[in-house]
Write a protein that binds this ligand. Structure first.
Ligand code: FES
Ligand SMILES: [Fe+2]
Length: 418
């Protein structure tokens, strides 16, 4: 007989104003949809680029490729500490200006004919300038991209004039997550899945629910997120905030690595991470547990607060730290996935061992998801089904799909946000 969970879990779909019917598969497989998303979603939303700690001091920069819009963003912290974004394109013959993904430097020199730029965008050098035709260097700066920060997160907007401010875009989510902590944001272990054969929404869906965790991840985190009292890993809470959304997942308080998992048992002995997804000791990242929007119902047995910033940026808070995932669509059925896992610098061998184990475990979980998502994409493309069916615990992915549909259809961003 199938085990049924006790009825102690909140209903989440209808109280969050979401529908309950089947969801069409077309947006996951249609090239037309892909084109509309490119323009209506990624071309209009404020897009999170990461943390300010990735530019740790004046005269540092990062380069972020936004393939879906064909844009390469050069994000700089200038000498006055201002964070700016530009198109990474030289004004002379439009070659790529900066080739490295990140670095330090107050100026950039194009490697084609040596035109030079300061990191505030001004053009400061044109070799053999007098041989041009009335060239005005003041008009030869880098093309700026709208860039703002919020609580240490960097956002850009690719519209020539953003229809809404970042504050308006974040709306009630921005209010709720004001002062949210970001412990050890200056340290990161990154995992890059460069070309996964799956639609970007499928990858987002997989991180919008824990229903699949006991089934797809039985040997890694299955028993971390479920037990006899919650065998299907039902969520403990969930709130839709404008285009953004959060969910509190269940953590098994009795979790112990199996007696056969000798390496795992050794890795986590004496390091209280709150649960096995923790990269830090719980006491080092205590601020996470004190923020009112993280595990807002203050449920003792929580594992993670899943925080989705529309359209494609995920923050995973847990009692043992935080990590981020970003999913960038490349084509209708390929996606680039970047994970940044924030952990402290290890103070001793034991902690280093625990962290290495943690990072390997994360990569293992991601690979379980990648294989599954690539199979799902092939099956969706087969036309064997035209709709998917969602249960109450999958409310976050319903919100994701409904929000994308709304943005695709809405003539203005303001209407998409209402
Ligand atoms: S294209 Fe950059 S200097 Fe010529
Ligand atoms: Fe998964």
């Amino acid at each position: 007989m199938t085990k049924q969970p006790p009825n102690v879990f909140p209903k989440l779909t209808e109280p969050n104003g979401l529908g309950t019917g089947p969801v069409p598969i077309e947006p996951y497989v249609s090239s037309d949809w892909f084109e509309r998303e490119r323009k209506q979603v990624f071309g209009r939303a404020w897009l999170c680029m990461g943390r300010v700690e990735q530019l740790p001091e004046p005269d540092t920069y990062i380069v972020k490729e936004i393939e879906v819009c064909g844009v390469i963003a050069l994000i700089t912290r200038d000498a006055k500490d201002k964070i700016r974004a530009f198109q990474n394109v030289c004004s002379h013959r439009a070659n790529m200006l900066v080739h490295e993904p990140a670095g330090k430097g107050s100026r950039f020199v194009c490697k084609y004919h040596n035109w030079g730029y300061r990191n505030d965008g001004d053009c400061i050098g044109v070799p053999d300038r007098n041989n041009f035709f009335k060239l005005d260097m003041k008009t030869c700066g880098l093309t700026p991209i709208h860039c703002e920060t919020w609580e240490g997160w960097i956002f850009i907007n690719l519209q020539s004039r953003p229809e809404v401010t970042l504050k308006e875009f974040l709306g009630p989510f921005g209010e709720a997550f004001k002062d949210a902590p970001a412990p050890f944001a200056d340290e990161a272990f990154t995992v890059n899945v460069s070309n996964m054969r799956a639609n970007w929404k499928e990858t987002i869906d997989a991180f919008c629910e824990s229903y699949h965790v006991p089934v797809l991840h039985p040997m890694t985190i299955g028993t971390t997120f479920s037990n006899d009292s919650n065998p299907f890993s039902r969520p403990l809470n969930g709130v839709v905030r404008g285009a953004h959304r959060t969910m509190t997942t269940f953590g098994n308080p009795m979790f112990q690595p199996s007696p056969n998992s000798k390496v795992e048992r050794l890795a986590y002995s004496n390091v209280d991470t709150g649960n096995t997804l923790g990269g830090a000791a719980a006491r080092e990242v205590e601020a996470i547990q004190h923020h009112p929007a993280i595990n807002p119902r203050r449920i003792p047995n929580w594992a993670t607060e899943i925080v989705w910033m529309f359209p494609n940026y995920l923050i995973f808070y847990s009692p043992g730290g935080f990590f981020t995932l970003e999913f960038w669509q490349l084509t209708v059925n390929t996606t680039r996935w970047l994970a940044r896992i924030h952990i402290p610098r290890a103070k001793d061998v034991r902690q280093r061992f625990q962290q290495e184990h943690h990072n390997c475990r994360m990569a293992e979980i991601f690979l379980e998801d990648v294989g599954n998502l690539e199979r799902q994409q092939r099956a969706m493309e087969s036309g064997g089904k035209t709709e998917i069916l969602l249960q109450d615990g999958e409310f976050l992915l319903r919100h994701s799909i409904e929000t994308i549909q709304k943005w695709v259809a809405a003539p203005t961003v303001r209407e998409a946000l209402t």
